[in-house]
Design a protein around this ligand. Structure first.
Ligand code: GLA
Length: 384
């Protein structure tokens, strides 16, 4: 996490002596359950110890003044209710404020300095961390009384309406509800959730970033979502109670295969099977059977790569190397896809060898270095 004193000093050097309040919100990992959230299914994310942190104070105007440490301390200001700023990072602030205003809140101007250590483009939801941090901070400094669930939805709708990604709720929910040592088993339709302890004995979570930035991600993400909706619209003609892919079994999907575009069919089949894999993984976790969890994680990768079409050569390569290491129980791409990182569950004694092997062979094959990201499952958004 970014050093709190540095943040405070920066705030004071830009905005004067006042004592700012500090807020933080983390990125996330996801054990299994990918591209299920916007289909009303289940996910199993956890908040991590990489976060966006912000120093903030109301300024008693209708102007928002922002300094982004991670953009070389670039400064942007905008008027609340005025036009959207052109900088994407500032648009997250604009979007959260607008979404709060739509829900009847009065948000005043403020000064804020923020920065963080959630790796950008690694599929760890740096944008959800920012949205959750902004939401939590404004909720507190303006006593807005939004619930945590509303804050998650405000972040999600910021992505939809001001960034252009029709994302699900997983990332924002994990960033806000995460708890140290636990993953969140979330039903993305009802938003009911359980915190499940996640401390498998002798097993580590290893993240390896391909350093491929997911440029295609937002456009292709919306295409995947539309393909899922297309499948649902066919099945709904026969089963009117079906609202989302979550409601569809593999048999029902198969029964209407002929009427669904073949590519959309494969997308839908992946989602239906992925939701089942998550259930199976939760059952295996309860029994402490992490070999089985690992097998399911590999199967998820195969589905994401071959059926859902959101992997890339670099991700596949790192997962294929994992399969040669018997200490790696499971590995798969994580997040939206088209780059970002691989998450692997690895027996402690095999971690160093797997990482070494990937580093060496990845460099030879792709002429660049992957980045190993160490994480611990940590608490969600909060005031410091
Ligand atoms: C991105 C989105 C999430 C989710 C994942 C894929 O992280 O923001 O809502 O759909 O991709 O599981």
């Amino acid at each position: 996490m970014i050093d709190n004193n540095i943040l405070k000093e920066k705030f004071q050097s830009y905005f004067g002596e006042g004592e700012p309040r500090l807020f933080t919100a983390p990125g996330r990992i996801n054990i299994i359950g990918e591209h299920t959230d916007y289909n009303g299914g289940f996910v199993l994310p956890g908040a991590v110890d990489k976060a966006i942190t912000m120093a903030i104070l109301p300024n008693h105007t209708d102007i928002v003044n922002l300094i982004s440490i991670d953009h070389d301390c670039a400064a942007v200001f905008f008027r609340i209710g005025g036009p959207q700023p052109k900088e994407q990072w500032a648009s997250y602030f604009y979007g959260v404020i607008e979404e709060m205003r739509k829900r009847g809140a009065t948000v005043g101007g403020f000064n804020a300095v923020f920065g963080g250590d959630v790796p950008l483009g690694a599929g760890m939801s740096s944008s959800a961390a920012l949205e959750s941090c902004i939401g939590t901070a404004l909720n507190a400094i303006y006593s807005l009384k939004f619930t945590r669930e509303e804050l998650a939805k405000i972040g999600q709708m910021t992505e939809h309406n001001y960034i252009g990604v029709r994302c699900g709720i997983m990332d924002q929910f994990a960033s806000i509800f995460g708890q140290k040592g636990h993953v969140v088993r979330l039903d993305c339709r009802s938003l009911e959730y359980q915190l499940v302890p996640f401390k498998p004995k002798g097993i580590e979570i290893v993240l390896i970033d391909t350093m491929v930035k997911h440029l295609l991600a937002s456009s292709e993400y919306n295409v995947r979502r539309a393909q899922c909706e297309e499948g649902v619209s066919v099945i709904k003609k026969y089963l009117p109670n079906v609202e989302l892919l979550r409601d569809v079994t593999m048999e029902e999907l198969e029964a209407h295969r002929a009427e669904i575009d073949p590519v959309s069919f494969r997308r839908c089949a992946f989602v239906v099977s992925e939701n089942q894999r998550l259930m199976d993984a939760c059952a295996a976790m309860e029994k402490g059977d992490f070999e089985e969890v690992g097998r399911l994680i590999y199967a998820t990768h195969d589905g994401l790569s071959k059926e859902y079409g959101v992997s890339c050569a670099e991700l596949d390569f790192i997962v294929d190397i994992a399969r040669e290491h018997k200490e790696v129980l499971g590995a798969r791409m994580m997040g939206g896809g088209f780059g970002g990182c691989v998450i692997a569950l690895v027996k402690k004694e095999g971690v160093a060898a797997y990482i070494e092997d990937v580093k060496k062979r990845y460099q030879v094959k792709f002429d660049k270095d992957p980045r190993v990201i160490e994480v611990e499952i940590s608490d969600g958004a909060r005031e410091i």
